[in-house]
Design a protein around this ligand. Structure first.
Ligand SMILES: [Zn+2]
Length: 90
C-alpha cells in the first residue's frame, strides 16, 4: 500500500491521520508533526511555545473526482515579536 502522505506533499510537516468519506466528499484529517517546531504565521520565525490547538477546515482540490475537505489541526503559537499567532503553513 502506498503511503497516503505522498498524495499530499504540499502539506509539509503534517501527517494524515484519517481519511473518511463524507457524502460525495472525502474528509482528510491532518495533524502537525510533533518533532517540527511551529513557526509564526506573522514573521515566520520558529516558536517554541504552543498555546492551543485549533481545527481549521480547508477545501482542497478534488482527488479522484471527489471533493476534498481537509481538517487541519493548527497550533496557536506565542511569538516574541507578534504575540499569539496561528502557526505558519507552507
Ligand atoms: Zn512573529
Amino acid at each position: 500500500m502506498h503511503d497516503i502522505n505522498t498524495f499530499l506533499p504540499f502539506w509539509e510537516g503534517f501527517s494524515v491521520v484519517t481519511i473518511k468519506p463524507d457524502g460525495d466528499a472525502l474528509q482528510i484529517d491532518l495533524t502537525p508533526h510533533t518533532t517540527r517546531l511551529p513557526s509564526c504565521g506573522g514573521c515566520q520565525k520558529p516558536c517554541s511555545t504552543t498555546h492551543e490547538y485549533c481545527e481549521r477546515v480547508v477545501r482542497d482540490l478534488p482527488i479522484l473526482g471527489r471533493a476534498v475537505r481537509l481538517s487541519v489541526l493548527l497550533r496557536r503559537v506565542g511569538c516574541r515579536d507578534c504575540g499569539k499567532r496561528m502557526e505558519n503553513v507552507s
